[in-house]
Design a protein around this ligand. Structure first.
Ligand code: PLP
Length: 431
């Protein structure tokens, strides 16, 4: 296909990719179509013209590609309207989605702000918390507290609570708001909370409560910050500290939501409810960009009692009907099947299939939680070499830092899952 080379040249010349230099250095693979768990490439790579997507397109495509139910939801909605403004107008897909989100998230979360991306939902969550305290006359509460090792998105407020040792803080010193950072939490999903670390959290929350509006964390799994699994017990500790010291608690469930960790939301592992919660990524089944910030009645009422009683935020494409319709369909599809058993099946396959990685020289840790499989090396991964090794097995991965990992679509079959695991082991050897 002669167009392929031309398209790749144009891509390199004009199209910015995530975390990339311009003009582009390594040519991205040109994808022609996607179906089930497979990406079809315009040009074969390592002898394969299809790759199994072990990334679920950044953890979003939980039902795979071209799912008949989701395709139909989009098509049906296109037939009615693709978009109308959300100021002064409303529509059934957004109303049904918001109601559904309230039903399936922890009890006190009652109000839903739909946004166009995860980062913006974190911006809105932070705005809710800052404005809540401002409206209550506590104008000194302007900072956020988080633990190191997190990731909350790429716009400026979310960046300010990402792990400060990642490159972005050094680059933006003097520009980013200065937040309060706890040490990185000790790892291990099954471990009991470490008393010394809990004391460290208690000390920080207590000392900074007068200036801190909210604690914001990823519950149970720190994702793009390092794929670290944490004891759910820390969420109970944070809930108790926040209540005691009048600080709001925000859970960023953008990566963990909709079953990925084995619970519908990771907060469910701890039985703890936040005051504000962000969801995104898998919410639309990977079809369209939409996220949401949910808050309790108390937070909404607090904002409403202020001199400026509205939440001043309103993206142009807020509540986009196409995205809302497919999100509603994706959630129904998930909950209408034995999703816990499916996620557990994927987890079992990952545990078995990734076990051989423990024997690979240079591998520091192999861990699985829900439908997340991680191979951690004792050195920074050679990303391109690792991705090539996986492609030789017909699998698409995108390693980062010292991590080779997979978050496959829940619908992946057992044979494909074995292939993904073999590809990860090969990638760990090559990387
Ligand atoms: C991906 C992610 C975000 C940012 O979402 P975008 O849709 O990429 O803006 C925020 N928080 C977490 C935990 C994420 O994984």
């Amino acid at each position: 296909m002669p167009d392929t080379l031309l398209l790749q040249d144009l891509d390199r010349a004009h199209v910015w990719h995530p975390y990339a230099a311009m003009p582009g250095r390594d040519a991205p693979l040109l994808v022609e179509s996607a179906s089930g768990v497979r990406l079809r490439l315009a040009r074969p790579v390592e002898g394969h013209d299809e790759l199994i997507d072990a990334m679920s397109s950044w953890w979003a495509a939980i039902h795979g590609y071209g799912h008949a139910v989701l395709d139909a939801a989009v098509r049906d909605q296109v037939g009615r309207m693709s978009h109308v403004m959300f100021g002064g107008l409303t529509h059934e897909p957004a109303i049904r989605l918001a109601t559904r989100l309230v039903e399936i998230t922890p009890e006190p979360l009652e109000h839903v702000f739909l946004t166009d991306s995860g980062s913006v939902s974190v911006e809105v969550a932070i705005k809710m918390c800052l404005q809540y305290w401002r409206s209550r006359g506590r104008t000194g509460k302007t900072r956020l507290l988080t633990w190191r090792g997190g990731y909350h998105g790429d716009t400026f407020q979310p960046m300010s609570v990402c792990d400060p040792d990642g490159g972005m803080h050094a680059l933006w010193a003097g520009v980013l708001p200065r937040q309060v950072f706890a040490d990185a939490p000790p790892t291990g999903f099954a471990a009991d909370p470490d008393p010394a670390y809990c004391a460290h959290l208690a000390d920080l929350v207590e000392r900074h409560a007068h200036e801190v509006a909210a604690v914001i964390v990823e519950p149970v799994v720190q994702n793009a910050g390092g794929m670290r699994f944490l004891s759910p017990g820390y969420l109970r500790v944070l809930r108790e500290l926040c209540d005691r010291h009048e600080v709001l608690l925000v859970f960023d469930e953008i990566a963990t939501g909709f079953g990925r960790t084995g619970a519908l939301f990771a907060a469910g592992h701890a039985g703890v409810a936040p005051d504000v919660m962000c969801v995104g990524k898998a919410m639309t089944g990977g079809y369209l960009s939409m996220a949401a910030a949910l808050c309790t009645g108390e937070v909404a009422r607090g904002i409403g009692r202020g001199d400026f009683p509205v939440l001043a935020h309103g993206p142009t494409y807020m509540g986009n009907p196409l995205a809302a319709a497919v999100a509603g369909a994706s959630i129904d599809l998930l909950l209408g099947q034995p999703w816990e058993a499916e996620v557990a099946r994927v987890g079992t396959g990952l545990r078995t299939g990734l076990a051989p990685a423990r024997e690979v020289p240079g591998v520091r840790d192999v861990r699985v939680l829900g439908a997340i499989g991680v191979v951690q090396l004792d050195h920074p991964v050679d990303g391109p070499a690792a991705a090539r090794a996986a492609a030789r097995h017909g699998v698409w991965i995108r390693p980062f830092r010292d991590l080779v990992y997979t978050m496959p679509p829940y619908v992946i079959g057992d044979d494909d899952l074995s292939t993904v695991c073999a590809a990860l082991v090969a990638a760990a050897e090559a990387g």
